[in-house]
Design a protein around this ligand. Structure first.
Ligand SMILES: [Zn+2]
Ligand SMILES: [Zn+2]
Length: 315
């Protein structure tokens, strides 16, 4: 009698066992449902999937929320938000602005940008014109260096994307001027090389001001690309917080566990929201998957509410 199942089920030990199983099953299913990705790119910048396809991929991956953060453009957002709504995924309108820094790379993410926003869109138009002018100058310099590319040669590699240095590198390789894209950057296109042309970029202060003016929340992307020591990074981030920085990208495909710990500690110390995303570009970098990065990325959805709470009061 004492071996009968209901009786065993009534013992405290068995209740614990059952609870553990239930908790495990629940954690498994909720774990997938609750993942988010706050950093993905579409064909409107340098990704290979259209905004609609991104929303579909996010739904397939079981993501609860996904933010479109194309480089210096918000043109993909209307399509993205419509597709997210159809797929039952929370779509967050975002952007990733390129910032002028003397060394390294500084990208500023913005979330919940209110569109249309005349001033932001005017700035983005200006950045686009500056980029086109830069491309024209790169072409001229390459010609002077003996590399005769046409605009069609370069554009062929960009497709719908905005033309950038990578497409010049691909065209140089295809035309046989270099053996690889790396060589193209080493000889011609890298910072300080013979065909390198600086382009107009926003300052940190400008980027923070315009993101907040558009009702958005600003987050520093992948801090390691700033190439700063931990103490210099801390000083810079503390200063930017005074200009309106609200968050820092802590969970990121390419962060080492040590970097993740460092940035998490920094976010706690400076009261910034610790956010995360894959920087998914589709076929441009097939090793990175939406929501999962290289496979171990986990960005919990509690972050959405923490981040949203930092929106400017007037928004
Ligand atoms: Zn970036
Ligand atoms: Zn990015």
């Amino acid at each position: 009698m004492y071996l009968s199942f209901p009786n065993i089920g009534a013992t405290p030990a068995c209740l614990t066992w059952r609870r553990l199983i239930a908790f495990f099953v629940q954690a498994q299913s909720e774990g997938y449902r609750r993942m988010i990705d706050l950093h993905v790119h579409s064909t409107f910048s340098d990704g290979s999937l259209r905004p609609t396809q991104l929303a579909e991929e996010a739904a397939k991956a079981g993501l609860h929320a996904v933010a479109l953060t194309d480089h210096d453009t918000v043109d993909g957002i209307p399509e993205f938000l419509g597709a997210c709504e159809r797929m039952g995924v929370l779509g967050i309108p975002g952007i990733e602005l390129s910032i002028d820094v003397p060394r390294g790379t500084l990208h500023m993410l913005g979330y919940w940008i209110d569109l249309p926003h005349a001033e932001l869109e005017q700035i983005l138009r200006h950045l686009r014109t500056a980029r086109e002018e830069r491309n024209r100058q790169i072409m001229e310099r390459l010609y002077a260096l003996g590399c005769n590319l046409t605009w069609e040669d370069v554009k062929a590699f960009a497709g719908e994307e905005v033309v950038g240095r990578l497409h010049f590198a691909q065209a140089l390789e295809a035309k046989g001027y270099v053996k690889s894209k790396d060589e193209a950057f080493e000889r011609f296109l890298g910072k300080g090389k013979s065909a390198y042309v600086n382009r107009y970029r926003l300052s940190v202060e400008q980027s923070l001001r315009i993101i907040r003016a558009a009702g958005g929340v600003a987050a520093l992307a992948h801090p390691f690309t700033l190439e700063l020591s931990p103490s210099a990074l801390r000083a810079a981030v503390a200063e930017w917080k005074n200009y309106g920085l609200s968050a820092i990208e802590v969970f990121y495909s390419e962060h080492t566990p040590e970097q993740e710990r460092q940035y998490l500690a920094l976010s706690k110390e400076l009261d910034l929201v610790a956010i995360g995303g894959s920087d998914f570009h589709g076929a441009a970098n097939p090793a990175i998957r939406i929501g999962r990065g290289f496979g171990s990325l986990v960005v919990p959805d509690e972050i959405v509410d923490c981040l949203r709470a930092r929106r400017p009061v007037a928004a």
